[in-house]
Every structure is written in C-alpha cells, then in structure tokens.
Design a protein around this ligand. Structure first.
Ligand code: DTR
Ligand code: CA
Ligand code: ZN
Ligand code: ZN
Length: 316
C-alpha cells in the first residue's frame, strides 16, 4: 500500500474543506490547487499483470508473438477493445496498411469533457515477431488500459476530454501513430492538449526515466516520483523512437515514462535505483524471453500509478 503525496494532499484538502483543519493560506492555496485535481486512485498492479497474462496467452495461441500483420496483434486489439466497451468507452478501430499487411489502431474516448482540449494517453500494442512483447510493450498497453478502466470505475468527469489509444506497427517505424496523426485534420490536432506515451514501463532491471519534451508534463511525472522518494532521470535514449514522436512532430506537447531497454545500467544508476550495474535494463528486449517473467512488479506498479496521477492531474 503506498501513501503518496497526492493522497496526503487530498486528505488535507478534505479536512480544510470541512473546516476541521485551518491551514496557513499558502498551504491551503497549494492544497486547493492540487486538490482541484482530486488524487488519482491506486492502480492495482495485480490488475495490470492480469492483462499481461492475457496478452501472453494470446501470443502463445498465435505463433508466439503479437506482431503487426500476425493474428496475435488483432487478437490483442480485440481483448483491449472488449474491456473498454464493457466500461462505457466509445471505441473505434482504425485500419491502415503497412508492408502489405493490415494494421489496426484502437482509439477509446471517455464521453464528456471539453473536446477542444483533449488529453491523450497511449501505448503501442504490437510486439516484434521474435516474442510476446510483454514489457515491450504489453506493460505500457496494460497500464494505459487499467488507467482507463479506473476512469470508468471512478466515473471521472474531468474538464478536458480524455482519449486513450493503442497503436499498431510501432515496431515497423511508428506507422500506426503516424497514420493517426497524419489523418487528423489540422483543426483537430490543435485540440489535443497533450499526448502521454508509455513504452516499456516494467523493465526487469528498471531505471526511472521521464521524457523531457514538455516541461509542464515532465514536472507532473517528476513531482509524482519525488513524492515516492524515487529519483528520476531525463529520458534521452528514446528521442524519436516511440509513438510520442508522431505527436511531437505535429507540434503537440508530449511526455511519458520509460524503464529502459537494451542499454546497460551504470553503477551510479544502480546506486540510486537498487538495480544491477553492468546489466541491461531489459536483457530480453526484442527477444523471445520478453514474457510475463520479464517484468519488475515494483516498477510496473509505480509507473501505472504515475500514469493515473498524470491523467487525473492534466485533465482537470
Ligand atoms: N520501446 C522501444 C523503443 C525505445 C527504445 N528506447 C526507448 C526510449 C524511450 C521510449 C521508447 C524507446 C521499441 O518499441 O522498440
Ligand atoms: Ca498501484
Ligand atoms: Zn520494440
Ligand atoms: Zn516499444
């Protein structure tokens, strides 16, 4: 059970609102700002892992992968879509062609909010052909799904409109997300207030990296992890290497989280994160061993909670 700053803040705000606790103006003002975005609920990591188990089963039933153009990818789309339809989202599957095969993006809108200010969060759902792609990128896909389901459970009514997306053919070169952005009329692009990307957020030897493309979004994530006393680093390895690049290139503010791929953790990083120096953040990156065994539960839990925190905070 985590007791993070946002929960403490909400408690304080609740006491202030009720008049039970008089707080100095500055603190009250700060608290009221933060409590304007009520604290996000905890995202149960067991629920995120249950989705990973289903994605693993899908891969095993479809030749060992969930890659673009393979049956395991469309089965992954159908799984995610089924959960969202049952939770009251308006879902759309958008087809595109890449390399002679049909690809699919899944977009899910939460009814309500100002569509002139749409906050998006997404993850690529496809794996490489060599394996089930549970960390890359079942982890991001499952965390975004579970956050969307939490929005439904809480019946969140944010000021902004919320849209969630699962991209196809990212491994072919960000094909699905580029197709989505390129198909948006310019007027609709300007309605997207920000895009949050989650690609590999449960690496077995995890680092805690925050994208630094947009300062305001970066701050939301950095402050969240500071509240957990977890140091973060700026994500530099991934510039242009995941779906946030499709939005960044269209002038849309982006941010996101990452726990590391094939690069090696340094001794300084191991010191601050308690990992293994000299080893990859994810030694199974793009390999057949990227299975449900290839996940660090603490990293997945912390990052899933950070996804929810950012959605609650940035959509208020
Ligand atoms: N997840 C990888 C792309 C990738 C490699 N490094 C980073 C850093 C930050 C975000 C993404 C990446 C892939 O899909 O192959
Ligand atoms: Ca959690
Ligand atoms: Zn990959
Ligand atoms: Zn990826």
């Amino acid at each position: 059970m985590k007791l993070s700053a946002p929960i403490r803040t909400l408690t304080a705000a609740a006491l202030v609102t009720s008049g039970l606790l008089a707080m100095p103006a500055a603190t009250a003002a700060t608290t009221s700002e933060e409590s304007a975005a009520a604290a996000a609920p905890d995202i149960p990591v067991a629920d995120v892992k249950a989705h990973l188990g289903e994605l693993q089963k899908i891969a095993e039933a479809n030749g060992g992968n969930r890659a673009h153009g393979q049956p395991g990818y469309k089965a992954s789309i159908d799984y995610i879509k089924g959960k969202l339809d049952a939770a009251g989202f308006t879902t759309t599957v958008k087809e595109f062609n890449s390399g002679g095969a049909t690809g699919y993006n899944l977009v899910a809108d939460w009814p309500g909010g100002d569509e002139g200010q749409t906050l998006m969060a997404g993850a690529h759902l496809d794996s490489v052909e060599s394996g089930p792609g549970i960390n890359d990128n079942g982890s991001g896909s499952a965390a975004v799904l579970e956050t969307a389901l939490a929005v439904s459970r809480e019946q969140l009514k944010p000021a902004k409109h919320l849209r969630f997306a699962w991209w196809g053919a990212e491994e072919q070169g960000l094909v699905g997300s580029r197709n989505y952005v390129n198909s948006l009329p310019d007027a609709d692009r300007s309605k997207i207030s920000g895009y949050l990307n989650f690609d590999m957020i449960g690496s077995p030897n995890p680092g805690y990296f925050v994208y630094d493309d947009d300062p305001a979004i970066e701050k939301v994530f950095k402050d969240y992890f500071a509240g957990l006393d977890v140091p973060t680093e700026i994500e530099t390895e991934g510039d242009g290497r995941s779906d946030h690049a499709s939005f960044l290139d269209a002038g849309i503010p982006v941010g996101g989280l990452f726990t590391g791929a094939g690069n090696t953790m340094s001794s300084e990083q191991a010191q601050k994160w308690g990992g293994k120096a000299g080893e990859s953040f994810d030694a199974c990156y793009h390999s057949d061993c990227d299975t449900t065994e290839n996940i660090n539960d603490t990293a997945l839990d912390r990052n899933s909670d950070a996804v929810a925190h950012a959605i609650w905070q940035l959509s208020s």
